[in-house]
Design a binder for this molecule. Sequence first.
Ligand SMILES: Cc1ncc(C[n+]2csc(CCOP(=O)(O)OP(=O)(O)O)c2C)c(N)n1
Ligand SMILES: [Mg+2]
Length: 278
Amino acid sequence: MVDLKTDAEITWCPGCGNFGIFTAIRNAVPLLEQKGIKSEDIIMTAGIGCHAKIFDYLNLSGIYGLHGRNSSNAEGIKIANPNLKVINFSGDANGLAEGLAHTMFAAKRNQDITFILHNNSVYALTTGQFSPLAEKGWKGPSTPRGSIETPFNVISLLIEVGATFVARSYAGDINHLTETIVKAIEHEGFSFIEVLQPAMPYHKWEEYKDKIEYLGRKSNSKEEALKIAWNTHRFTIGVFYQETREVYHKSLYGSLNPVKESLSREKRLEKINEILKP
Ligand SMILES: Cc1ncc(C[n+]2csc(CCOP(=O)(O)OP(=O)(O)O)c2C)c(N)n1
Ligand SMILES: [Mg+2]
């Protein structure tokens, strides 16, 4: 088994919820290895922000790309080599503000990737602007009188646009988070985990701890899952929805792996001409 920790100095604030996510992913990879998934086949992408520092700390291969563009990078990796498992670490601003369209389309396409949303409800690295998940009334440097916007309900949003595994977990419950990550990576299709993650300059663990509630059961239908997502509070954790639907790369080219079975130029032209024949 590889050592999943690098030598990079960890610069998250003491007590940051990102440590919980880092621990859970380092627990999840060996569990996945036991199930036959090799760590060299687990590839990561990250956005830009405090969450994205995980890219430097975690000893997995990947692409550390532009702010908001990590879903596209993850999609590209997967369709280039469908044998790989791709984990997309995203901040809430990264994935739901600048990168919103990329996130929505990756879910719509049911790309077989795992999206881990570090939800600290704030732009942490850029020092405290309100984010798409900041609560109404939340006071920070850019919203001194309190945010006047209502946050997205990211669980119902992702169910609606086409994600086929949608869960919420909590950086303070390592076992729940580890289990959820394993299930999400094993799921074939777009798997999404919103991870509640306090950022120390802006929140306290006490704001989360006593409010966490566990979802009783998985829903049988999309309608039921949406109702549960609408009617539960934002500290409800568990798997809200899971369905089986054809994944993008299989709709695109069946079982072909373009890395392993690349076609010659002549063969490609032949195939294109065949499709274009009147
Ligand atoms: C293209 C681009 N736009 C904006 C920025 C500035 N920027 C860096 S991190 C960040 C937001 C960080 O918030 P989030 O994605 O929630 O991550 P967190 O720091 O909270 O983990 C922004 C706007 C950038 N680096 N690149
Ligand atoms: Mg954030």
